[in-house]
Design a protein around this ligand. Structure first.
Ligand code: HEM
Length: 562
């Protein structure tokens, strides 16, 4: 079986760690990564994984040039789809000015989008914070920039984001950069659907698999996944929590989302397949070149689809179970019960749930571990809340209702983690369907449009500090602020806004809360590398992550039934 224990591989005050697993034969789409029983790593950070995987033996400079060059070529090839020739000029029919900010070099756009992604002190999203600071007179809530030469506007501030993103499909719509990317997610993933009616239909039916009632049914599987991961921890040993919680969210993916029954050795194959498949979804080389289905990513996709197809056959024979996939398979449209999801819809959208749900929840849990390690008082309160809940419901299994009614502190801890370290920017690029005005500025037709939770939380007028310390995980992490209406944040959009609001929010919150509740009950830990004076973040990551993946040493671990 795999172990998530990290062993020191060199001495020194900042030790380096490797991830060790045992070697075993996998009768599946690919052999384990490790050679001669050596170490390997389980990674699910698409951007960094692409870079690591492509790198091979070539130098980082050549590698980066190939990556950025092919991404630029891809965008250039497709630009006629969304880049009318009169851009980036303002729309002459409007008197309002364009938003502040720089579009960078012609064609190339803002190089800083790549070189200034993150900052070791403040984490990812640095480029957006920088753009937001360019205007005279402080941070504007709207600013323009040009990733890969595409003029775009970033919209922040609760009122502005609501105004624009509630009018999805009218003012703005998703733009498909590459048909191959659509195919990579199965062809019918709702995230790429630009027709409003079809999008609503898919959301209604896929959403039926993640209603509160479905989450009730999911609780045993979520607890099993969390318990399994917490059981891999060992007293006195150092562990990189990012790996544990990444494995946890992948465990949720096969156990709960797909309802598979994998043996230990197949778990590793599944995890590798998800990893390889996601890398291929983003890899500009594969998006550009033919023959993707013969690539590692193409084979991984085939493997995942075959697993889903087997499950669909089982539903046909045996009827429904508590999995999310089963919820989708049996979902009927309330508006017209004769309408069901097609097989392709189910495959594409179950893959989407894995894609959209794994790294997001894993990185939030990693940041949560860091925050709890830095704020032991918060961790103790979390523990006490769990002890009180266990005393109240002695002998009973945790339910969603218990989490909701008896864990208000757990709720605000999760909220505060996502306030301080939300996704740097939305997942999907939209394009303005017509010229519109927001916050006194015009956004011309054809411009790219995104919202930015990071800058929205930073500029929240209800709690903004001059020195931005409200966004600092040491000085600003205060879950209590959510408990009082006078201090409660007002501009808070970690799950987005409008018709494309996170469809997995119920499952995401349940899985994160189950993990943290069981972790707080059973584990005592200290951060190994990090103190309040030297918190460091990964530089090149769209999703915020501590630089060392939240390295902890486990000081005590109690039994699962405690
Ligand atoms: C902490 C965890 C998560 C965060 C912070 C998060 C955040 C978001 C955000 C901001 C969006 C909106 C993107 C946009 O408007 O472009 C989104 C969309 C989405 N999320 Fe999540 N998400 C999380 C977990 C999950 C999970 C666990 C699932 C499923 C199992 C999921 C499924 C989806 C789907 C399907 C969409 C697309 C909705 C659509 O296009 O209509 N997410 N998420």
């Amino acid at each position: 079986t795999s172990s998530f224990v990290l062993r020191p591989s060199s001495s020194g005050s900042r030790r380096r760690f490797t991830f060790s697993t045992s070697t075993h034969n996998l009768n599946t789409y690919r052999k384990p990564l490790h050679r001669h029983g050596a170490t390997t790593s389980l990674q699910l950070s698409p951007l960094s994984s692409i870079i690591t995987n492509i790198s091979g033996k070539i130098s980082p400079q050549i590698r980066n040039s190939i990556l950025i060059g092919s991404a630029a070529a891809l965008l250039f090839k497709n630009r006629s789809k969304f880049y009318p020739p009169n851009l980036p000029r303002p729309d002459p029919a409007f008197t309002e000015p364009l938003p502040d900010g720089s579009l960078g070099c012609p064609y190339l756009g803002n190089i800083g989008f790549f070189t200034n992604m993150g900052n070791a002190k403040t984490g990812s999203g640095e480029f957006y914070r920088y753009q937001a600071s360019l205007a005279d007179g402080g941070n504007p809530q709207l600013f323009k920039y040009a990733p890969l030469g595409t003029p775009s506007v970033v919209i922040t501030g609760m009122a502005n984001v609501k105004k624009v993103f509630n009018q999805e499909f009218k003012l703005i719509n998703a733009g498909i950069l590459s048909d191959k990317m659509v195919e990579s997610l199965g062809g019918e993933s709702l995230v790429f659907v630009t027709d409003q009616e079809r999008h609503q239909f898919l959301r209604r039916l896929v959403g039926q698999s993640m209603t509160p009632e479905q989450i009730d049914k999911a609780m045993p599987a979520l607890m099993e996944s969390a318990t399994r991961m917490i059981n891999t921890l060992k007293e006195g040993e150092d562990v990189e929590m990012e790996r544990v919680v990444t494995a946890f969210t992948l465990d949720v993916a096969w156990r709960q989302i797909l309802g598979l029954n994998l043996k230990d050795d197949e778990t590793e194959t599944f995890n590798n397949a998800v990893n390889d498949w996601i890398i291929g979804c983003f890899n500009p080389l594969w998006l550009f070149l033919p023959g993707k289905r013969f690539s590692k990513s193409g084979k991984a996709f085939k493997y995942l689809v075959s697993k889903i197809e087997d499950r669909l056959d089982e539903f046909e024979r045996n009827g429904p179970d508590g999995s999310t996939l089963s919820g989708m398979y049996f979902a009927k449209d309330e508006e017209d019960p004769s309408k069901r999801l097609s097989k392709k819809d189910i495959i594409s959208n179950s893959l989407l749930l894995i894609f959209a749900g794994s790294e997001t929840a894993a990185s939030t849990l990693t940041v949560a571990t860091l925050a709890l390690g830095l704020h032991k008082d918060v961790f103790n309160k979390l523990k006490n809340e769990q002890l009180a809940m266990m005393a109240k419901h002695e002998g009973k299994v945790m339910t969603r209702e218990m989490l909701e009614k008896d864990c208000p502190y757990l709720d605000v801890v999760v909220k505060e983690v996502m306030r301080i370290k939300p996704l740097a920017i939305t997942g999907e690029n939209r394009f303005a369907q017509e010229t519109f005005v927001v916050d006194g500025k015009q956004v011309p037709k054809g411009y790219g449009v995104t919202f930015c939770p990071g800058v929205t939380h930073l500029l929240d007028p209800s709690l903004r500090e001059e020195d931005n310390s409200h966004m600092d995980i040491v000085k600003g992490f205060k879950p209590e602020r959510w408990l009082d209406d006078k201090t409660k944040p007002t501009d808070y959009i970690p799950f987005g806004v409008g018709p494309r609001y996170c469809l997995g929010v119920n499952l995401a919150l349940a899985e994160m809360k189950v993990f943290l509740a069981l972790f707080a009950r059973r584990v005592d830990f200290d951060l190994t590398n990090t103190t309040s004076d030297d918190v460091e973040w990964k530089n090149f990551s769209i999703i915020p992550k501590p630089k060392d993946g939240a390295l902890v040493s486990v000081s005590s671990l109690s039994d699962a039934n405690v």
